[in-house]
Design a protein around this ligand. Structure first.
Ligand code: HEC
Length: 142
């Protein structure tokens, strides 16, 4: 059951999954799993990590450290390698700078910096992968 939920989540997250295609995605579950690119896996990890970070900010807890493996955004293999153009590199750098700054911001500025980081996820997604944008926006701290 846990696995099935995971698969449904993938269908929900994927770049351009029209609603009517979601049911089909669930049927081909094993296939979907093997097809996930390095970048898709990294993105899911970044999403989950930032969901937890959001909770910590709201509860005023210690945030820990910037996860160094997020730097793999500069090298991870994409589903469509053509996506990695100069634009993509610029958005990656902007995102990394903003994500790092979440950990160095003063406690007063953390929430604002976190939301800035989330907006830099969205900015890149507008150019490459629009599907997950509504989901990503849910990370914003009101
Ligand atoms: C530099 C551009 C860029 C940035 C920055 C970026 N993304 Fe992505 N994201 C992509 C691309 C491109 C894909 C598709 C990856 C693939 O299929 O190989 C993707 C895929 C995803 C997916 C779908 C993964 C799946 O299951 O297929 C999620 C969720 C996601 N990103 C969330 C985020 C979050 C959260 C952030 C910020 C913390 C973020 N992204 C930052 C470009 C970006």
């Amino acid at each position: 059951m846990k696995k099935l939920l995971f698969i449904i989540a993938i269908g929900f997250f994927a770049c351009n999954t029209p609603a009517e295609k979601k049911a089909e995605t669930v049927k081909t579950e094993e296939l979907v799993m093997y097809k996930s690119s390095e970048m898709a896996l990294l993105m899911r990890e970044m999403y989950i990590f930032n969901e937890k970070t959001k909770e910590k900010i709201i509860k005023n807890e210690e945030l820990g450290e910037f996860p160094a493996n997020f730097l793999n955004i500069h090298s991870a293999i994409l589903t469509d390698p053509a996506d990695r153009n100069s634009n993509f590199e610029a958005f990656s750098k902007g995102f990394i700078t903003n994500q790092e700054a979440v950990f160095s911001a003063s406690s007063k500025a953390t929430k604002e910096q976190f939301n800035k980081m989330v907006n830099s996820c969205v900015a890149c997604h507008k150019t490459t992968c629009i599907g997950p944008i509504p989901k990503i926006k849910k990370l914003l701290i009101p």
